[in-house]
Design a protein around this ligand. Structure first.
Ligand SMILES: C[S@@+](CC[C@H](N)C(=O)[O-])C[C@H]1O[C@@H](n2cnc3c(N)ncnc32)[C@H](O)[C@@H]1O
Length: 255
């Protein structure tokens, strides 16, 4: 089984209908796209699914758009939904992309695509590939599941304690940042109560800063939902540590 086969099976199976017909951007996506991206620059979206984000960007006036996903049937639907036929949708795996080095001015890796990859190596490869396809001076938008935000919420802290106990009893030394999917196919996933796969990776803030820098990116802005609401993303890990964090972690990078 390749590193991304099981995630692929999910999106080919139970998760197939979840995103495919969605429309509109959420407020965080809209904020990041409007504030950090330019509509006339060549832009690619990773894990585009039914093309929701790119179709909205097209409406916003973006003219040179591309998107990839590793599930061919999702790409077929994205192509159908693009009535202008001007978005370059392709089947591709984020960990080994066919795009040439330095292909894009802007890259969009939202909806936590890196976190849903199956293992550490695949997550690192995806970030290295993202760096490779971005032009020097180009901009990238990323979002990550935030372990620290989730851990600070009582209900999740209790769930984590419960999982820690189960894993101790089973002698399972899986990282506590690898958590079962709480929702599958748009519904609560009861297997999460039994600590069964699939798992998704929740990053610590310091870890994500180190990781994106380790592949070569410079962080230009970082923050979570409250910082976006206040239009106050910060620029350093130290500043971030002093802020109240909630929801996802958004990172704007430059190559
Ligand atoms: C959470 S959905 C987000 C869909 C879309 N970006 C949106 O926001 O509407 C994640 C998507 O990433 C795709 N994906 C996951 N891992 C991938 C990989 N290694 N390469 C390409 N696509 C991947 C899945 O097939 C799925 O369509």
């Amino acid at each position: 089984m390749s590193s991304s086969t099981s995630t692929k099976d999910l999106y080919n199976g139970i998760e197939f209908p979840t995103w495919i017909e969605l429309e509109n951007l959420n407020p965080q996506e809209l904020y990041l796209i409007q504030k950090y991206l330019l509509p006339d620059l060549k832009t690619v979206e990773a894990g585009t699914n039914g093309g929701r984000i790119l179709l909205e960007m097209q409406e916003m006036g973006f003219t040179d758009l591309a998107g990839f996903d590793f599930v061919p049937a999702l790409i077929d639907r994205a192509i159908e939904r693009d009535r202008s036929r001007s978005i370059d949708f392709q089947v591709g795996d984020a960990i080994a992309l066919a795009y040439a080095t330095n292909s894009f001015d802007q890259i969009v890796y939202l909806q936590q695509i890196v976190c849903i990859m199956d293992n550490t190596q695949a997550r690192l490869r995806a970030l290295q590939e993202a760096y490779r396809i971005l032009k020097p001076g180009g901009t990238g938008l990323f979002s990550f599941l935030s372990f620290d935000s989730r851990h600070s919420q009582f209900i999740y802290a209790s769930y984590l304690k419960y999982l820690t106990t189960i894993r101790k009893l089973r002698g399972d030394n899986r990282s506590m940042q690898e958590l079962p999917w709480l929702k599958l196919g748009g519904k609560f996933n009861p297997n999460a109560l039994f600590d069964r796969p699939p798992y998704i990776y929740w990053y610590r803030h310091t870890e994500i800063c180190d990781l994106v820098r380790s592949v070569g990116f410079e962080i230009v802005a970082i923050g979570s939902d409250p910082q976006i609401e206040a239009d106050r993303l910060v620029t350093s890990d130290r500043e971030l540590a002093t802020r109240d964090l909630a929801g996802m972690l958004y990172v704007v990078v430059k190559k």
